[in-house]
Design a protein around this ligand. Structure first.
Ligand SMILES: O=C[C@H](O)COP(=O)(O)O
Length: 249
């Protein structure tokens, strides 16, 4: 069975709550495509107004991060139960910006993955190599490690519902999209890694996105690849162009 495409916007640290509602109202009619899962991953403070503004549409709301404890003395963190109560269905975990600026490791990402599944939140787990790693030829070794650690303890049934976003760090926000061949090659490698860790059925079911300077021009070819099931879109998700990306074909 063909996998359903999933196109998610990652707003990062952009949009005040009132700007967020305005953006949703602009994008709503542009992303009304029932054949694709459309997700807006938004800053924590925007979640409630965005959930409200997305009611009655095909848009699902995601968070950009989450903590792995249920509650307690963790100043500044957001618990999974808070997200589900607010109407969140997805959470971006292990984005390279969080790994780089907030010291996230694959081990903490793994704890968050397990907690997200426990609460019925679908994780969008990010992985990707630096330019240096690509030049050294260790891209796949590095990504396989990120995936294996990230999925430790995750059951095959849970993994089947997960989303992995392959985002080469050198392509994020740089305007440098990976070539279609580069993106397909790594996404296929990630699927092979899932088949090794679990089985063919799990590898066939899991959805793998590409992320890194995706735009309306590059999306059609990228999303047409066998192992690319959509995109995680940063900059272009804040513009009407996101509608063209969702309607890539
Ligand atoms: O999560 C999204 C990615 O970091 C890609 O961002 P970008 O589309 O602005 O390059």
């Amino acid at each position: 069975m063909a996998r359903r495409k999933i196109v998610a916007g990652n707003w990062k640290m952009n949009m005040t709550p009132s700007e967020a509602v305005e953006l949703v109202n602009t994008l709503k009619p542009l992303v009304a495509n029932e054949e694709v899962d459309v997700v807006f991953c938004v800053p924590a403070i925007d979640i409630l107004p965005v959930v409200e503004a997305c009611k009655g549409t095909n848009i699902q709301v995601g968070a950009e991060n989450m903590y792995y404890e249920e509650k307690g003395a963790y100043t500044g963190e957001i618990a999974p139960g808070m997200l589900t109560d607010a109407g969140v269905k997805y959470v971006v975990l292990g984005h390279s910006e969080r790994r780089e600026y907030f010291a996230e490791t694959s081990e903490t990402v793994n704890k968050k993955m397990l907690k997200a599944f426990e609460h019925g939140i679908t994780p969008i787990m990010c992985c990707g190599e630096t330019l240096e790693q690509r030049e050294q030829g260790v891209t796949m070794d590095f990504i396989r490690q990120q995936v294996k650690v990230g999925f430790q303890g995750v059951t095959a049934d849970q993994a089947k519902t997960a989303v992995i976003a392959y985002e080469p760090i050198w392509a994020i926000g740089t305007g440098k999209t990976a070539t279609t061949e580069q993106a397909q090659e790594v996404c296929a490698g990630i699927r092979a890694c899932i088949a090794e860790v679990y089985d063919e059925a799990t590898a066939e079911a899991i959805r793998i996105q590409y992320g890194g300077s995706v735009n309306a021009k590059t999306a059609p070819e990228l999303f047409a690849q066998n192992d690319i099931d959509g995109g995680l879109v940063g900059g272009a998700s804040l513009k009407p162009e996101f509608g063209q990306i969702v309607n890539y074909k």
